[in-house]
Design a binder for this molecule. Structure first.
Ligand code: LLP
Length: 473
């Protein structure tokens, strides 16, 4: 066993480098008798042969099961309080026509955040009533599209947007269904770029009173919405951030929004019927992450909502949530082919030196920007075979022209990992394909769904022709 002084504190040397930690993988991923990774009965080698690498591999059963689990758990937990709960899958995590259909067929609704996502929803045949639209800077074209599609809810992010939407709907002789996104002032424990409910960021209407008028932007928006002929105000919304494990932030946000609803009741004599508590539930990318199961989250949320409403003398509003990552993330792994391997000697914190092995793969920051953007940690295993070799400290890197092009910063991989092996990186279903780019003119990989022993393309990979097709000369 070779322990590396370069390993971060949370990373242990694996007793068995071939083992798959269940929390990090789709539930139907196993290592078969030949030592190869397989998903729903299809081996990594067969997938690579049929579709090439890099490849996003989604377990359809796992994706669907996670979607259903959220819906069932929240329905059950809120059944007695408000007749159940609505779950909107946050399409920004990963969306295509097929996935939109899976989500709908599991009884979820769909949260979109752009005209493009609305176009996918329309192609998938999702009724407008089951769609929400987010965005801090929605265009008139997007708002018009939302009205054309009869959206169940438009989550308004600012006073100017409320005015614009109200005027647009009124000019059509309609009322827009509106939720107001508030910032409850909770700073979630996550990367700064994915925390969204503290004051100093771009989203939502602040609940803090203006020092001059004593009226908060949120309260001003409620008053404006209630008095507007083009708006039906359904309720309030908050989203405190993403990849969050601690329950406290969610609970505090729920309490603050219910307190605000109680203020609305006192001031306007109206109990708004809906409250959306957003998404943000964390998943396991590495052994350091311990996510809570949806049933546990739902029960804790229901307890807080029930008790707070009771205390405030409020009828419990219809609750909804918007998970993205926790449904899409663990369902998927990325399959890469390894290439150049080199070892460098680096200084350690203790004053000595140690070896770090760089294992290059045939993708990188264009198919997973999260390590570069958020310092996100991932894990990896050898997918084409098992190995009995000692596991050595490794860094999996991409093929892009940047030294920051890291796929997995720190992982123990078998010493005999060689050029031409397949590597699988789990937990890449959310915000990887969605954030993918053509940096360095590298084509975006395909996405395949695997179920019942068969794999099928759900998004085809880009070709060189695709890459050149928008050049006008
Ligand atoms: N609702 C709203 C209003 C959101 O803005 C988001 C995510 C969600 C729901 C879904 O959050 P989830 O359950 O997936 O955490 N690209 C970053 C994450 C950005 C999250 C954006 N909003 C990342 O890769 O970590």
């Amino acid at each position: 066993m070779t322990l590396s002084p370069l390993a971060p504190e949370w990373l242990s040397h694996p007793a068995d480098a071939n083992a798959l930690r269940p929390l990090m993988w789709a539930r139907d991923v196993t290592r078969n008798d030949a030592g190869e990774i397989e998903v729903a009965g299809v081996s990594a080698g067969a997938l690579a042969k049929q579709f090439g690498t890099p490849l996003f591999v989604v377990s359809e059963a796992d994706f669907r099961a996670r979607a259903r689990d959220f819906k069932d758990s929240f329905d059950a937990a809120f059944a007695d309080l408000c007749g159940g709960a609505d779950v909107y899958y946050a399409g920004k995590a990963f969306l295509c026509t097929e996935v939109a259909r899976w989500v709908a067929s599991e009884g979820l609704r769909l949260d979109t955040c752009s005209g493009g996502e609305l176009a996918v929803a329309r192609r998938a045949g999702i009724p407008g009533a089951n769609l929400g639209l987010h965005g801090n800077n929605k265009s008139d074209a997007e708002l018009t599209r939302a009205l054309d599609m009869g959206l169940g809810r438009i989550v308004v992010d600012s006073l100017p947007e409320l005015e614009r939407l109200g005027a647009l709907a009124a000019s059509r002789g309609e009322r827009a269904n509106v939720m107001l996104r508030l910032t409850p002032g909770v700073h979630a424990h996550t990367h700064d770029f994915i925390a969204t409910a503290h004051e100093d960021q771009k989203f939502g209407l602040s609940m803090a009173p203006d020092p001059e008028t004593g009226v908060s932007p949120a309260a001003a928006a409620v008053a404006a919405a209630l008095g507007h002929g083009g708006i039906t105000l359904l309720g309030l919304h908050c989203h405190i951030g993403s990849q969050i494990f601690e329950p406290e932030g969610f609970e505090l946000a729920a309490k603050r929004l219910l307190g605000f609803l109680s203020g609305v009741k006192a001031e306007h004599g109206i109990e708004l019927p809906e409250l959306d508590l957003g998404g943000g539930y964390g998943i396991a990318y590495t052994e350091a992450d311990t996510p809570r199961p949806p049933a546990e989250i739902a029960k804790a949320m229901a307890a807080v909502v029930g008790a707070t409403c009771k205390e405030l003398g409020l009828a419990v509003p219809r609750i909804s949530i918007e998970p993205g990552r926790a449904i899409a993330g663990p369902s998927t792994f990325t399959l890469y082919r390894t290439g150049t391997i080199k070892t460098v000697r680096v200084d350690t914190a203790g004053g000595g030196t140690a070896e770090r092995r760089y294992v290059s793969v045939d993708g990188g920051m264009s198919d997973n920007a999260r390590p570069v953007l958020y310092d996100a940690d991932y894990s990896a295993v050898l997918a084409s075979r098992a190995s009995e070799d000692d596991a050595v400290m490794s860094r999996v890197v991409g093929k892009h022209c940047e030294s920051g092009d890291i796929v997995v910063r720190d992982v123990y991989l078998p010493a005999d990992t060689a050029d031409g092996d397949l590597l699988a990186v789990p937990g890449t279903g959310a915000y990887c394909w969605a954030l993918s780019s053509n940096y360095n003119y590298i084509a975006r990989p395909p996405v395949v769904a695997v179920a019942n022993g068969a794999a099928r393309l759900i998004i085809r990979g880009e070709t060189e022709e695709d890459l050149l097709s928008r050049d006008v000369s």
